[in-house]
Design a protein around this ligand. Structure first.
Ligand SMILES: N[C@@H](CCC(=O)N[C@@H](CS)C(=O)NCC(=O)O)C(=O)O
Length: 329
């Protein structure tokens, strides 16, 4: 693993989540025509990893909003070694850096800021017009893609509706600390006490939301929102890697009464499925963290029945309202 210090690449120990380097914001041109970054087609580009749960959020919002033809995307090699995220277009499901032709993601960071200091993380939202990184924080990118690109979006779906923003933010805060970060805190714990504390907190969080989902279809009520988009990437990876690799093995996702059908409900949305690449997830975790899995062997299983019927429609609500795929409304 590594990081940039004033533009120089140095190796550094692994961490689960890091501070933000770029924090600009893209605005809706009808509300802020004067803004430095306004939403428009063929201008912005996303760099993601299919393995990374934070990048998964950005990929989910992009496709759920129908922005696939508006914001282009490149996908890095799932395995991250000493040189950091790399572009290896010869690998299944990976792409070149189609904007610059760089070999490493760190080159995108230093092209945006030659003196950049910090980790080289995905997702990255890049502006091809000013040739810089707008933002590299998934929570910001997800909100921006939902809010600023309304007129460019081909799907009629709002994931962060104004009336529910406080509720959504508070759910996101809760699931971030206990669940999204919780799995990493268990996986990278430095002693037994720390590990057990992280696992307790994680399962407390999962059980709480499992209870809530007994009576309602989604975390914030009867509509899919950013809160669900922030939880789903962790659930998708749970039985694949967190249960084993990060030792979060109190219970599998498939053993939860409500969380499991809830996760399938979201997965079965056609836009969601295309963002879920189990091979990249397993390859990344089992082959990038040599301290946790020194052999680098990637487990064969598990075989997870994502297409199984979920029966969540009985609770009402909708996964989405989409103009372009009305069959799935
Ligand atoms: N600020 C970030 C953190 C994202 C993050 O930690 N991504 C990981 C992959 S899952 C990464 O790129 N790590 C590279 C590193 O830490 O060197 C976010 O967007 O939420």
């Amino acid at each position: 693993m590594g990081k940039l210090i004033e533009g120089e690449w140095i190796t550094a120990p692994e961490r689960g989540h890091d501070s933000q380097g770029f924090d600009d914001w893209i605005r809706d041109p009808s509300e802020h025509p004067e803004a430095k970054y306004v939403a428009e087609p063929d201008r912005y580009h996303l760099y993601i990893s299919r393995a990374c749960p934070w990048a998964h959020r950005a990929a989910l919002v992009r496709t759920l909003k129908g922005l696939d033809d508006v914001i282009s995307v490149d996908i890095v090699d799932p395995v991250r070694r000493d040189d950091g995220w790399e572009f290896t277009p010869s690998k299944d499901g990976c792409t070149p850096d189609s904007v610059h032709g760089f070999e490493y993601l760190r080159d995108v960071y230093t092209s945006a800021d030659p003196a950049y200091t910090g980790r080289v993380t995905v997702p990255v939202l890049y502006d091809t017009e000013t040739e810089t990184i707008v933002n590299n924080e998934s929570a910001d990118i997800a909100r921006m893609l939902d809010q600023a690109f309304g007129s460019a979006s081909s799907h009629d779906i709002e994931l962060y509706p104004e009336a529910k923003q406080d509720q959504i933010d508070s759910i996101i805060g809760e699931i971030h600390d206990k669940i999204n970060l919780g799995v990493y805190e268990a996986g990278f714990a430095e002693n037994q006490v720390e590990y057990e504390r992280a696992v307790d907190t994680l399962f407390e969080g999962l059980e709480r939301w499992d209870d809530v989902l007994q009576d309602q279809r989604f975390l914030a009520g009867d509509q899919l929102t950013l809160a669900d988009i922030f939880l789903f990437p962790t659930l998708f990876r749970f039985d694949l890697v967190y249960y084993t690799h990060f030792k979060c093995n109190v219970q599998r996702l498939v053993d939860f009464e409500n969380l499991w059908p809830y996760a399938r409900d979201i997965y079965q949305h056609p836009s969601v499925q295309e963002t879920c690449v189990a091979e990249h997830v397993k390859d990344h975790y089992y082959r990038s963290h040599e301290d946790i899995n020194p052999t680098g062997f990637v487990p064969v299983g598990p075989d997870i029945d994502w297409p199984a019927a979920h029966d969540r429609d009985r609770l009402g609500g909708t996964t989405h309202a989409s103009r372009s795929t009305p069959d799935h409304v």
